[in-house]
Structures are given as structure tokens and as C-alpha cells.
Design a protein around this ligand. Structure first.
Ligand code: URA
Length: 244
């Protein structure tokens, strides 16, 4: 990549307007390779560049791709009505560069939520046409017997939906617990499917999108960048990912 001024690099990474970035650089808040850089117009090749802002290291990312382990009690909205916003769990520069969640999880749903500022990527993964499988660990109020599981796999009629909706997979984990995979992203889809077989969701956690699994070491409320391998896994069918 050609070299570009530091103020433009910072701006592209969500650290504020070009003017704000110039001020922050002049205030001595930015360092590269351990050396403070207070000239906003000094040029660097952004590819692979690690810069320090207020003591925190950032790797230049042309586009942002990340995952969050969503805790309960957060709304997937910039204008939440009753709870905090999931965006409040991300550092300001990520919001500054306009990352958006790929689809939404209910306020009480936990687990894997992806974000990006790459419009093509967001569309490719969230578009209903791509039918990217999403897998949820469902804890139900009552036992889910084999008949109910067979019905979920065969398809259930949801109110206000033209066609029946079938689970792409439904694996029993316990008497009241299943791993349910769906390929659509309809409103409250899992809760409505479970209600359609006369039961009720007590807890819902998304554990995978495509073949990308929620990493066991990502605590609720924590986020991390997606690796190239993670992004490749997203294209794989559910359950194909090497457990991260
Ligand atoms: N289905 C639901 O019912 N809720 C979610 O948050 C996600 C899928």
C-alpha cells in the first residue's frame, strides 16, 4: 500500500474527524514502534501497521470484522428502548468507523454476534438468500421429546408466515436442551418455533454462524477481531468448523 499521512490512517480507523485526529496526534497520544509521533502529516504504509493510541495497541484494518459474545440485557440497536446497546460494549473507534451487527439477537439472547463495516460482507452473510445456518443452544421450559424434535425438523407453521419453517438441524443435548439450526433469520424465529411445538424458550444462546463457533474463551461482553480462518469458516456449513 502507498504511504499515507498518520492523520488519515487514524481517521480511517474511527478515531474521529481528520481535524480531531490531527489534534490527538499533536497532543502526543499516538506512538509507532514505541516512538511518539506528533506530526499528523508524517506518512506510513498502513498495511500491517501497529500504532498505539493512549497506550493501547491497534493493528490497521482496512475493513473491520469482529465477533462479540453478547451478554443478556443488551439490545441490538443504536437507539435502545429498555436496555443498554450492544454498541456500548465496543471501543469508541469501532463505533467511530461505523461497524454494524450482522442481524440481531433478542435482548435476552446471548452468544455469537458478528460486526463489520464492510457492506458487501454484511450483505453476503446476512442475506436470506445465502441461507447461512445459525445454530442456537435452546433451553426449553418443558422436555423436548423425539416427536417434537421430528416436528421441528419437518417444519412448523408460524403465525403471519406464508410457508412452514423447518429446522435445518435439531440435536438433543439434554431433556430440555437442544442444538437447533435455522437458515432463515425471521423475527423471534427460534422462540416461535419452540412455541409452535407447545413449549417455551427459557434460555437461548447462539453458538455458531455457518461453521464459525463461539470460542469457549470469549467471555460474555468480550469482543475480538475475526481472523481470515474465521471468515472462511463462516462460509462452511454449521458444525464444520474446527472448534476454536
Ligand atoms: N430466534 C429468536 O427467537 N431470538 C433470537 O434472538 C434469535 C433467534
Amino acid at each position: 500500500m502507498p504511504k499515507i499521512p498518520l492523520e488519515r490512517i487514524l481517521h480511517s480507523q474511527g478515531f474521529g474527524s481528520r481535524k480531531e485526529c490531527r489534534v490527538q496526534i499533536r497532543q502526543g497520544r499516538v506512538a509507532i514502534a514505541g516512538e511518539e509521533v506528533d506530526d499528523p502529516f508524517r506518512e506510513f504504509d498502513p498495511e500491517g501497521l501497529v500504532f498505539t493510541f493512549d497506550g493501547c495497541d491497534w493493528l490497521f484494518q482496512a475493513k473491520a470484522y469482529l465477533m462479540l459474545n453478547k451478554p443478556a440485557g443488551y439490545e441490538c440497536s443504536h437507539q435502545p428502548k429498555h436496555h443498554a446497546s450492544i454498541y456500548s460494549l465496543l471501543p469508541p473507534p469501532l463505533n467511530g468507523r461505523g461497524v454494524q451487527s450482522l442481524g440481531r439477537l433478542d435482548e435476552d439472547t446471548t452468544g455469537l454476534l458478528l460486526f463489520s463495516d464492510d457492506g458487501q460482507f454484511i450483505h453476503a452473510i446476512s442475506s436470506g438468500k445465502r441461507k447461512v445456518p445459525k445454530t442456537y443452544r435452546v433451553t426449553a421450559k418443558h422436555p423436548l421429546d423425539d416427536d417434537r424434535i421430528a416436528t421441528l425438523l419437518a417444519g412448523v407453521q408460524l403465525a403471519d408466515e406464508p410457508a412452514v419453517v423447518a429446522a435445518a438441524g435439531c440435536e438433543r443435548l439434554g431433556e430440555r436442551e437442544v442444538l437447533l439450526t435455522v437458515t432463515e433469520g425471521r423475527y423471534h424465529q427460534v422462540k416461535r418455533m419452540i412455541a409452535a411445538v407447545g413449549n417455551r424458550v427459557e434460555a437461548l444462546c447462539r453458538v455458531a454462524v455457518g461453521g464459525l463457533q463461539l470460542p469457549a474463551d470469549l467471555a460474555p461482553g468480550e469482543w475480538r477481531w475475526l481472523t481470515a480462518a474465521d471468515r472462511e469458516c463462516l462460509r462452511a456449513p454449521a458444525g464444520d468448523a474446527a472448534a476454536s
